[in-house]
Design a protein around this ligand. Structure first.
Ligand SMILES: NC(=O)c1ccc[n+]([C@@H]2O[C@H](COP(=O)([O-])OP(=O)(O)OC[C@H]3O[C@@H](n4cnc5c(N)ncnc54)[C@H](OP(=O)(O)O)[C@@H]3O)[C@@H](O)[C@H]2O)c1
Length: 333
């Protein structure tokens, strides 16, 4: 390889925030013990926040963002990985504290990597990316009601922020699991899109705004919530006895104003999802389940492939809620 390669570099000198595609050197990659040639990364909400102004997440500059990637091992100081192994990285503060995936190469800690399962490839892995991995974590949290907790069978599952990256894949996975998926969206023109992913019913986001009662009619066996805020408050009040709410996002706000009632009267379970800190064992389980639950042809049809240049033009749309579907980033394009 050439010692120089392309990466998105964000900087914050004299309070002026910049983002540029630059040539950097292998010696600029200071962390980690596995050197990887990146095939793909993906654009997630957190990436958009970081590209915008660091998102109060990145503290050291200059910095290479990108919270996930898939690629091939070039060199490894850990015998767990050898040259040409295909690997997946999501989270573990890569793209936040350690140089990330919006680059042709990365160097990361071997404890952050898993091998790409044989029935996936690096393109499929990043069509899913952090968003898809999170959707799968949420879907298995909902499924735990009937499996791990031996409760009644799950029937009705609500997904908020349904046209987003996490929401779209959650709709697809939960319908494949056999559940009736109720998709909440603010985008009136995306009903067909959501139905095509497997949603049985579409609900206007407005129905989850405003005050909610302590307890409302219990409707949901499970919920995948990517929105937080007032929507999540209402969701607790509408969850059936023993239902599970997998809360992973804050696209609509960070504050929840609830009471203990849903939890102590109905045994509602709040299952917080932190994809970034998931154990390697859990990652391997989830990634190995992906091919059974994802229709990759369909996912491909709703995925756009972006160059690093395209990425810099696209991320503001994600922040404005004007982007839907998945964006895979090809740093070699
Ligand atoms: N915990 C974790 O491990 C983890 C991992 C990945 C992502 N996340 C979080 O999950 C959330 C979704 O991520 P994503 O990548 O799917 O983002 P995304 O693609 O931007 O999707 C977010 C969706 O939320 C809805 N939305 C946007 N603004 C809203 C508002 N003000 N009120 C209510 N709904 C709103 C929109 O869907 P509709 O128009 O269809 O309503 C939007 O498409 C983010 O908060 C992200 O930080 C967490």
């Amino acid at each position: 390889m050439s010692e120089k390669f392309k990466a998105v570099v964000i900087d914050n000198q004299n309070e002026k925030f910049t983002r540029e595609i630059k040539e950097i050197n292998k010696t600029d990659l200071k962390d980690g013990n596995v050197f990887v040639k990146i095939d793909y990364s993906s654009l997630n909400y957190k990436d958009a926040l970081i590209l915008n102004n660091g998102g109060k997440i990145v503290r050291k500059f200059p910095f290479v963002p990108g919270i996930d990637f898939s690629g091939k091992v070039i060199e490894s100081e850990d015998s767990k990985f050898k040259k040409d192994d295909n690997v997946i990285l999501t989270g573990f503060r890569v793209g936040e504290a350690y140089f990330g995936g919006f680059s042709q190469y990365a160097k990361v800690d071997s404890n952050f990597l898993i091998k790409t399962p044989n029935d996936l490839d690096n393109h499929k892995a990043m069509m899913l990316g952090t968003a898809g991995f999170t959707s799968l974590l949420c879907a298995f949290a909902v499924k735990a009601k009937e499996e791990l907790l031996m409760g009644e069978k799950v029937k009705d599952v609500l997904v908020t922020g349904a046209t987003g990256g996490v929401g779209s894949i959650a709709v697809m996975v939960l319908s494949k699991m056999g559940y009736d998926v109720h998709a909440v969206t603010g985008k009136k023109d995306k009903n067909d899109y959501l139905k095509d992913l497997g949603a049985k019913n579409i609900i206007d986001r407005k129905e989850f705004e405003g005050e909610s009662k302590l307890l409302e009619k219990g409707i949901w066996d499970g919920v995948v919530d990517t929105v937080g805020g007032t929507a999540l408050t209402k969701i607790f009040a509408q969850t059936k006895p023993g239902g599970i709410v997998a809360a992973c996002g804050n696209a609509g706000g960070i504050k929840i104003n609830t009471t203990v009632m849903p939890f102590i009267i109905r045994g509602v379970k709040l299952w917080g999802i932190d994809s970034s800190g998931s154990s390697i064992k859990r990652r391997e389980f989830i990634w190995n389940e992906a091919s059974k639950l994802i229709d990759f042809n369909k996912l491909k049809s709703l995925t756009k492939e972006l160059s690093l240049n395209d990425l810099l033009e696209t991320y503001p749309k994600l922040l404005k809620g004007e982007y839907f579907g998945r964006a895979i980033v090809n740093p070699n394009k």
